[in-house]
Design a protein around this ligand. Structure first.
Ligand code: ATP
Ligand code: CA
Ligand code: CA
Length: 430
C-alpha cells in the first residue's frame, strides 16, 4: 500500500495496472479472431506477442489515459486452445475480463502478489514473479498433455499469461479459475499444505472479516475432520492423487489445497436470526456478531477489500452454470452424489459434506500456487527450518515427500468417510 492508501505493486498504482491489462487482454483476444483455429504446434508454447499502447492510440490500439505501456501475451494460440478445452468462448472471456472493472482481493499470501477478480466471479488474475512466469511457460507442453488426458482435475486452470511493462517495470500476470465463489458466505476458509511448521494464520489475518486459516487452525477447528459420503471421499482422494502425481513429475512443491466451507445449517440460523432482528425492529448493524473495528485502524484499502468481500450482494443469478467447464469442485472430482440445491442462494458445484456435529456443509476447493518448482524455490530461512522440522532432509526426494505428506494429510486428517451414525442425523432434511 502506497501513500494516501492507494494500493501499488512495484510502485505502480493498482488501478492503473487493472485498467491497462484490460486494454491489453482486449487487444490480445481481438487479435486472435483473425487467426484460424488449428492444432497446436510445439512453437505455439514459445511465442510471445508484444504490443505498444501509446497515449494517443495507434492503428490497432485505443487511446487511453494511463501511463504508456507495453503488453506481452505469452503463447496466445496455446492458451486459446486451453480456453477452448475449458469451454470458454472468446466473447465470454472478453466480457468477463474487460467489460467491467476488476476487483482487488486481499491476499493472505506472503509473496506480495496481487489478486484481481473479474466482476462475474469467474476468473482470478494473479501477479507472479519472473521465475514463476518462466516456469509456467516451460510447463505448458506438459500441462497440455495432462489436460488433454484429464480435464477433470483440481489443478489450477490457466487461461492466459501476460506481462504488463511500464517505466521499465515488469508485472507478470496469470489468469486462472476462481475457486471460491464470493456470492456465497464462506464460514471458513483454509489454505492447507499438510505441514504443521508455522502453519497457523497470523494475527492480522485472523482479524480480517473472512480470514484464510492454515493447517494447525484446521486441526484446532475440526479435530475430527470433515466427513464425506464414501463415494465422494474416494472421488476426491483419487483426484488429488492423480494431481499430485503430475505435480511431483514436474518437481513442483509448496502448493496448497484451498478449501472454502459454506455451512448450510449455520446460514439457516443466520437467516432466522436476522429475520428475528428485523421483526423486533433492531437494525442489522447493532447486533452484528463481529465487533466493528474503528475506521482508524483500518486502512482504506483494507476497507475496500472487505467491502468487496462477502458483504457484496450482487443481483445477478448466482445459480447459473459456471462459465468454465469442469470448474466446480464437484465436477472436478467427478463424484455423482445428489447435489444439495434446496438452498436457493448457493452456487452449484459445492461438494456436500458434514462436520463432526452433523451440520451440512458445502465445500469449494482446488489446488493453488503450483508455479514454485523445487529447483527454483526461494531459499528462505524458514523453508530450510521447516525442512528439518518435517524430517525431510533428503533433498532429491523433496517433491515426492511433499506430495505424499500432502495426500496423507488430506486423506487422513482433513477428509474422512462419513460414519453411518452421522448419516441419519436429525439435521438432515428430507
Ligand atoms: P505464498 O507464496 O506466500 O503462499 P502467493 O502470493 O503465491 O503466496 P497463493 O498461495 O497463490 O499466493 O494464494 C494466496 C491466497 O489467495 C490463497 O490462500 C487464497 O485465499 C487466495 N487464492 C489464490 N488462488 C486462488 C484461486 N484460484 N481462487 C480463489 N482464491 C485464491
Ligand atoms: Ca501459497
Ligand atoms: Ca507462491
Amino acid at each position: 500500500v502506497g501513500e494516501g492508501g492507494e494500493i501499488t505493486y512495484k510502485k505502480i498504482q493498482s488501478s492503473q495496472i487493472m485498467g491497462s491489462i484490460q486494454l491489453g487482454i482486449q487487444h490480445a483476444i481481438g487479435g486472435l479472431a483473425s487467426k484460424p483455429e488449428r492444432d497446436l504446434l510445439m512453437q505455439d508454447f514459445m511465442t510471445v506477442e508484444t504490443t505498444n499502447f501509446p497515449h494517443e492510440g495507434s492503428n490497432h490500439t485505443p487511446a487511453h489515459h494511463y501511463s504508456e505501456f507495453k503488453f506481452k501475451t505469452y503463447a496466445p494460440i496455446a492458451f486459446r486452445y486451453f480456453r477452448d478445452l475449458f469451454g470458454i468462448q472468446p466473447d465470454d472471456f472478453l466480457m468477463s475480463m474487460c467489460s467491467a472493472p476488476l476487483r482487488e482481493l486481499s491476499n493472505p499470501g506472503a509473496s506480495g502478489s496481487i489478486f484481481y477478480l473479474t466482476n462475474d466471479d469467474e476468473f482470478i488474475i494473479k501477479t507472479v514473479q519472473h521465475k514463476e512466469g518462466e516456469f509456467l511457460q516451460k510447463l505448458l507442453p506438459g500441462y497440455y498433455l495432462n489436460l488433454d488426458q484429464n480435464p477433470r482435475t483440481l489443478l489450477p486452470k490457466f487461461f492466459g499469461l501476460y506481462c504488463y511493462q511500464c517505466n521499465s517495470k515488469n508485472v507478470r500476470l496469470v489468469a486462472m479459475n476462481n475457486i471460491l465463489p464470493s456470492s456465497v458466505k464462506l464460514h471458513q476458509k483454509y489454505d492447507l499444505k499438510g505441514s504443521t511448521y508455522k502453519r497457523k494464520a497470523n494475527k492480522s489475518e485472523r482479524q480480517k472479516s473472512s480470514p484464510t486459516y492454515k493447517d494447525l487452525d484446521f486441526m484446532d477447528h475440526h479435530p475430527e475432520g470433515i466427513f464425506l459420503e464414501a463415494d465422494t471421499y474416494t472421488a476426491l482422494t483419487k483426484t488429488m492423487q492423480r494431481d499430485c502425481r503430475v505435480l511431483e513429475s514436474f518437481k513442483i512443491m509448496d502448493y496448497s489445497l484451498l478449501v472454502g466451507i459454506h455451512n448450510l445449517d449455520e446460514a439457516q440460523r443466520e437467516k432466522t436470526e436476522s429475520r428475528k432482528r428485523t421483526d423486533s425492529g433492531q437494525s442489522d448493524d447493532e447486533t452484528e456478531g463481529e465487533p466493528k473495528r474503528s475506521g482508524l485502524n483500518r486502512t482504506r484499502s483494507e476497507q475496500v477489500k472487505e467491502d468487496f468481500g462477502t458483504q457484496v450482494k450482487r443481483t445477478q443469478s448466482i445459480n447459473r452454470q459456471r462459465l468454465v467447464a469442469h470448474s466446480t469442485a464437484m465436477e472436478s472430482i467427478q463424484a455423482e452424489s445428489e447435489p444439495i440445491d434446496e438452498e436457493e442462494d448457493v452456487p452449484p458445484g459445492g461438494i456436500p459434506a458434514r462436520n463432526a456435529r452433523g451440520e451440512r456443509l458445502l465445500l469449494f476447493l482446488g489446488i493453488i500456487d503450483i508455479l514454485q518448482s523445487y529447483r527454483l524455490r526461494k531459499k528462505l530461512e524458514h523453508t530450510w527450518k521447516s525442512m528439518i522440522h518435517d524430517g525431510d532432509t533428503v533433498s532429491v526426494h523433496r517433491p515426492s515427500f511433499y506430495a505424499q505428506r500432502f495426500l496423507d494429510f488430506m486423506a487422513k486428517t482433513v477428509f474422512k468417510k462419513i460414519p453411518s451414525s452421522l448419516k441419519h442425523s436429525p439435521s438432515k432434511r428430507k
